[in-house]
Design a protein around this ligand. Structure first.
Ligand code: ATP
Length: 496
C-alpha cells in the first residue's frame, strides 16, 4: 500500500507487461494482469484509477474488456496500447469502450508516463467534480431555505414600520396614505427633500402591494443623460449605438410583475418626458434600435425633491405626464418639521450602525442629544445617519458626546442659539422638545439637560450669567453640568 495513484497494466504477453510496469512504477502504484480474466480479478480486488490495455489478446479483446470496465467502473480512465493502427479499430474502440487515449507500439517511456499522468489527473478531476456536484445537491435545500429567509427579511425590512417615527410625527399621515395606496395598483408620486426617506417609502409601498413577490427596481433619472436613460429603461439592440455590444433588456422589462421607482423624475428632459408618457399611455416598450414592441406589467412609483406641480406651472414638466405619474401624490416631511423624531431616529440609527460595525455603544450624552435635536438637518435622515456614523467612528468611550459632532453641526447649533434663532429659515425647530417616552424621572432629567444646554450656550458659556438666569448658584450649576456630561469649556473651544 502506498500513496501513488493505482493503475493497471494488462497484456497477454508477460514480458510486455513487465516492461511497461517497470517504466510506470516510479510514479504509480502499478498492478499487472496477463489477460482479461486476470484484469477483472484485479479490478474486483483493488481501487484503480487508470487502465492500460493491449488491444489484441486471446479470448476477450482489449476493446471488449474496456467496454466491460466502462459499464462496471465508468470512472476508471481507459487507454489502449496497440501495435496496429487501423482507423476502423480505433473508431470502434472509441465508440464502444470510451477510450481516453490510444498509444501505439513501440512506445517511448516518456510517452507512457505522460499518458499515465494525464489519465490519473483526469480521474482526480472527475472525482472532484462528482464531489462538488454532490455537495451542491445536498446544499440546495439549505440555499433555498436561506433565500426564503432572506426574502422574508427584505419584507420585514421594508415595511411602513421601518420608517422610524414618533406617535405625533407628521410622517404618520404620509405612511397612512401610502399604506392605503399600496393596495391599489396605481402610480404614486413621492415628493420631499433629499434624504427624507422617499426611497424607503417606495419600497414599503412595493412590499405591501400584491406585487411584493415581484422585483423592486429603482433608477435615478437625474444622474443619467437622455440617451443612456432611454437604453437603461427600454433596453437596446446590439449595434444600435456605439458601445451597444449585445442586446440588453431595459429596467421596465426586468421589473415585469413588480415595481420600478423612477427617482428624481423632476429632472428628466422634455424630450424624455414624451417617451415616458408614451410608455405610460400604451404600456409598451420598444428597445433602442428595435422594430417591435413588447408589453410590460410594471407599477411605476416616482420620486422627486422638486415641487412637481410648480414645475408644471412653470412649464418645465408636462401636465399630462404629471397626472399619469401622480394618481396619488405623497409628501415626505423634512426632519426639521418633525423635531420629535430626531431622538428616536438617532437612537435607532445608533443601534443599527453599532450592530453593523460591531461596536458596543450605549447612547448619546444629554448634551450631544440636545445638539442633535437643535440642529435643522438640511440633509434630513441621511445627514443624521452620517453624523451618527461619524460619532461612532470617532468615539473611544461607550457614550457619544457632543465633542464628536462635526464642526458644521456644532457651529450652526451654537450660531442659532446665540442669535435666538434670528435666522428662522435655518432653525425652525424649537429649542426644547418634550421627550416622548420613558419613566417620568428620566424624561424630567432629559428636559433639565436641554434647559441647561440651551441656557449655557445662549449665555455664551458664561456660568455666572447662566446660573443667575436659572436661579442656581455657580457651584450648583457646575454640579448639574457635570452630571449631564455638559462640558462648557471643551464645548466652547469646539463651538466657537
Ligand atoms: N424614517 C426613517 N427611519 C429610518 N431610516 C430612514 C428614515 N428615513 C430615511 N431613512 C434612511 O435614510 C437614508 C436616506 O433615505 P432615502 O434614500 O429613502 O431618502 P430619499 O428621500 O430617497 O433621498 P434622495 O432624495 O437623496 O434619493 C436611507 O439610509 C434610509 O434608510
Amino acid at each position: 500500500m502506498n500513496d501513488l495513484p493505482p493503475i493497471l497494466v494488462v497484456d497477454d504477453e508477460p514480458r510486455s507487461v513487465e516492461v511497461m510496469a517497470r517504466v510506470l512504477r516510479e510514479e504509480f502504484d502499478v498492478h499487472v494482469a496477463n489477460g482479461a480474466e486476470a484484469a477483472l480479478a484485479v479490478l474486483n480486488a483493488h481501487w484503480i484509477q487508470a487502465i492500460f490495455c493491449d488491444q489484441r489478446m486471446p479470448g476477450m479483446t482489449g476493446v471488449k474488456l474496456l467496454a466491460d470496465v466502462r459499464q462496471r467502473w465508468p470512472d476508471i480512465v481507459r487507454i489502449i496500447v496497440t501495435g496496429y493502427t487501423d482507423p476502423d479499430d480505433m473508431i470502434e474502440a472509441i465508440n464502444e469502450a470510451g477510450i481516453y487515449q490510444y498509444i501505439t507500439k513501440p512506445w517511448h517511456p516518456d510517452q507512457l508516463l505522460l499518458a499515465a499522468r494525464n489519465a490519473t489527473q483526469l480521474f482526480a478531476m472527475q472525482r472532484e467534480h462528482d464531489r462538488l456536484s454532490l455537495e451542491l445537491r445536498l446544499a440546495r435545500p439549505a440555499v433555498e431555505k436561506r433565500l426564503v429567509r432572506e426574502r422574508a427579511l427584505v419584507r420585514e425590512t421594508y415595511h411602513f414600520e421601518a420608517l422610524v417615527r414618533t406617535q405625533g410625527s407628521p410622517l404618520n399621515e404620509t405612511c397612512h396614505q401610502a399604506a392605503k395606496a399600496a393596495t391599489f395598483d396605481i402610480p404614486v408620486l413621492i415628493q420631499g427633500e433629499t434624504g427624507t426617506g422617499k426611497e424607503l417609502l417606495a419600497r414599503a409601498i412595493h412590499y405591501a402591494s400584491q406585487r411584493a413577490s415581484g422585483p423592486f427596481l429603482a433608477v435615478n433619472c437625474g444622474a443619467i443623460p437622455d440617451t443612456l436613460l432611454e437604453s437603461e429603461l427600454f433596453g437596446h439592440k446590439k449595434g444600435s449605438f456605439t458601445g451597444a455590444h449585445a442586446n440588453r433588456r431595459g429596467l421596465l422589462e426586468e421589473a415585469d410583475g413588480g415595481t420600478l421607482l423612477l427617482d428624481e423624475i423632476g429632472d428628466i428632459s422634455p424630450a424624455f418626458q414624451v417617451k415616458l408618457l408614451r410608455f405610460l399611455q400604451e404600456g409598451e416598450i420598444r428597445a433602442v434600435g428595435a422594430n417591435e414592441s413588447r408589453r410590460a406589467d410594471v407599477r411605476i412609483l416616482s420620486a422627486t425633491h422638486r415641487d412637481l406641480r410648480e414645475e408644471v406651472r412653470a412649464g418645465r414638466f408636462r401636465e399630462d405626464l404629471y397626472f399619469r405619474l401622480a394618481a396619488m401624490a405623497l409628501t415626505m416631511p423634512p426632519l426639521r418639521k418633525r423635531p420629535g423624531d430626531v431622538r428616536v431616529l438617532a437612537d435607532h440609527l445608533l443601534d443599527t450602525l453599532s450592530a453593523r460595525h460591531g461596536r458596543r455603544v450605549h447612547g448619546f450624552t444629554a448634551e450631544a442629544m440636545t445638539c442633535l435635536m437643535d440642529y435643522d438637518w438640511p440633509g434630513n435622515v441621511r445627514e443624521l445617519q452620517n453624523e451618527v456614523l461619524r460619532m461612532l467612528v470617532l468615539t473611544e468611550g461607550d457614550l457619544l458626546g457632543a465633542d464628536l459632532l462635526s464642526p458644521g453641526v456644532l457651529h450652526r447649533v451654537a450660531g442659532a442659539r446665540a442669535s435666538g434663532h434670528a435666522d428662522g429659515e435655518a432653525m425652525e425647530s424649537p429649542t426644547l422638545s418634550t421627550p416622548e417616552s420613558g419613566p417620568l424621572q428620566e424624561r424630567i432629567e432629559r428636559i433639565e439637560a436641554q434647559i441647561l444646554m440651551e441656557t449655557i450656550v445662549r449665555c455664551r458659556w458664561n456660568k455666572s450669567r447662566a446660573a443667575k438666569e436659572l436661579g442656581l448658584s455657580r457651584v450648583g450649576l457646575r454640579a448639574k453640568l457635570e452630571r449631564y456630561g455638559i462640558a462648557p469649556d471643551a464645548g466652547r473651544e469646539t463651538i466657537q
